[in-house]
Design a protein around this ligand. Structure first.
Ligand code: G1P
Length: 286
């Protein structure tokens, strides 16, 4: 079994759900407490042993590249003033740790992933959708990698949501259950309300075999007239092992305003520096 070394981060999306905030700023730079969403995903990838991050980006996204670059002015000024650089210590990529590819037209998640095919090559790879914030210890991808090292093949994260929400996501038809691993019998992207095969959705974390790139090459458009990753993955079921991993942790859909605000409150309450103050305000304003 080949070690999982690479991860693809599709960050080319327009973020229309967060306008006007995302008119001139990438949605991946929205902050939860004091860290942009994209950095939560990168931290999760590093913890899982990912060595090469592939960002599939687009126009107007250069703030992401700057965020992970060296900022000489900032570092020099802070050092001159005797300030600690701890707050930005995780933001700098090592040379070669990141590669940027452009997705020139936003025609679906499947297409975004396919844009990274030459860099992924013939290796298994992870995918992180950064607007899903997965809070756990160990992190979501680390938990998935531990499972992958036992069963191999393809693993998507699985997370239970109320039935009223399944139409917004990729949804799993579950088979045999073995601890946190669930056999995947079928997948469907954004099933119309009332037709979902279960309430187990895919919250934006995947470990896939490179064959999916070949399938994406000829993938027809699906839900929303977009090239869907879910449709390509479903074609691998039966010819390769395919599991869902029931993540042990909290998930926040930060592509959604309520989910984003909830993530900010939950993670702020966890923080020893600001949690007590936020809690006091909440108690006083119930
Ligand atoms: C994408 C995927 C979907 C997944 C979701 C998670 O949908 O296509 O399968 O469940 O992300 O957030 P999107 O949010 O891009 O519509």
């Amino acid at each position: 079994m080949k070690k999982l070394r690479k991860a693809v981060f599709p960050v080319g999306g327009l973020g229309t759900r967060f306008l006007p905030a995302t008119k001139a700023m990438p949605k991946e730079m929205l902050t939860v407490v004091d860290k942009p969403l994209i950095q939560y995903a990168v931290d999760e990838a590093r913890e899982a042993g990912i060595e090469q991050m592939i960002f599939v980006t687009g126009r107007g996204k250069s703030a992401i590249e700057d965020h992970f670059d060296i900022s000489y002015e900032l570092e020099t000024t802070m050092t001159d003033r005797g300030k600690s650089l701890d707050a930005i210590s995780g933001t700098r990529f090592r040379p070669g740790e990141v590669i940027y590819v452009r997705q020139q037209e936003p025609i679906g998640l499947g297409h975004a992933i396919w844009c990274a095919r030459h860099i992924v090559g013939d290796e298994p790879f992870a995918i992180f959708l950064p607007d899903e914030l997965m809070a756990g210890s160990p992190g979501c991808m680390k938990q998935m990698v531990d499972a992958y090292e036992k069963v191999g093949g393809n693993i998507v994260c699985g997370y239970e949501v109320p039935e009223s929400e399944t139409h917004k996501y990729g949804v799993i038809t579950p088979g045999r259950i073995d601890g946190r691993l669930v056999e995947v019998k079928a997948l469907v992207e954004k099933p119309p309300q009332g037709t979902a095969p279960s309430n187990l959705m895919i919250p934006g974390r995947y470990i896939l075999q490179p064959e999916v790139m070949r399938i994406l090459e000829g993938q027809a458009r699906g839900a929303g007239n977009e090239i869907q990753l879910t449709d390509a993955m479903s074609q691998m079921i039966g010819s390769q092992p395919f599991h869902a991993y029931a993540f042990d942790g909290r998930r926040f859909d930060c592509g959604d305003k309520a989910g984003f605000i909830t993530a900010n409150i939950a993670l702020a309450l966890d923080r020893p520096d600001i949690g007590p103050e936020v809690r006091r305000w909440m108690d006083a304003n119930q």
